[in-house]
Design a protein around this ligand. Structure first.
Ligand code: ADE
Length: 224
């Protein structure tokens, strides 16, 4: 999978891809992430990428021309499955969206800033708008990192068996059951006996029951 991320602050996104699982995914050649500084496609010597809104109002708007030039150049090099704009008014990111994107080949993420982008960019290039939640960030960069992480970890070979994404919370519309590791008794706080019993069938039943109970308590909205 290849992800091209367009932003005025690409340096903000470097470290998540330089550590741990995402770094290994890059090193193994399972994912490629390319950052593009939008100002490289800007107009004039001031490297302008934003301007005042027609009709007045507060805040600056990201101009169509630099974004169009950047996306058009990328599109001339390969076919993209989706051009995704990270914005608080997009569809809220879910595990299902991450699953769907994880089988794509080439993706563009466009990070918004200021008041947002000229509407004509959406009409011309954007195929999907994604929000990571009902709150406003200073820009789309952190949202792009969240989206990229949620997708890349699903690529075959990125996680090993023990880390398997199939047992994640949300994958079966259930939150994960409680988990424990040694010691079995810490200052009187005990690990449930069933987990020490060695009876795999009973353990799986217990875990499923617990997952159901926790989902009902915390997130009844995701239960089917
Ligand atoms: N840009 C600003 N806020 C955002 C959010 N919540 N999700 C995605 N992009 C954003």
């Amino acid at each position: 999978m290849r992800i091209d991320i367009i932003s005025v602050l690409p340096e903000l996104m470097e470290s998540p891809f330089q550590t741990s699982i995402l770094k290994r995914a890059m090193q193994k050649g399972l994912a490629e992430v390319h950052f593009h500084q939008l100002r490289d496609w800007s107009l004039g010597k001031h490297r302008q990428i934003d301007d005042e809104p027609y009709g007045g109002g507060a805040g600056m708007i990201m101009m169509i021309e630099p974004i169009d030039k950047c996306i058009s150049e990328l599109k001339s090099q390969r076919a993209y499955d989706e051009v995704i704009y990270l914005t608080p008014d997009g569809e809220t990111l879910t595990q299902k969206i991450a699953n769907t994107l994880s089988i794509k080949e080439n993706l563009i993420f466009l990070c918004g800033h200021y008041k947002g982008i000229d509407q004509r960019v959406r009409e011309l290039h954007i195929t999907k708008e994604i929000s990571i939640g009902d709150y406003v960030l200073t820009g789309g960069e952190l949202a792009a990192c969240v989206l990229a992480d949620s997708v890349i970890r699903l690529l075959p070979g990125v996680l090993n068996d023990e880390q398997s994404a199939l047992t994640d919370s949300f994958q079966d519309n259930l939150l994960a059951p409680p988990i424990y590791t040694r010691p079995a008794d810490y200052k009187g706080l005990k690990v449930p006996d069933i987990l020490l019993s060695g009876n795999l069938k009973k353990i799986e039943e217990w875990q499923h029951e617990q997952a159901l109970k926790i989902t009902l308590e915390k997130r009844p909205d995701i239960l089917e």
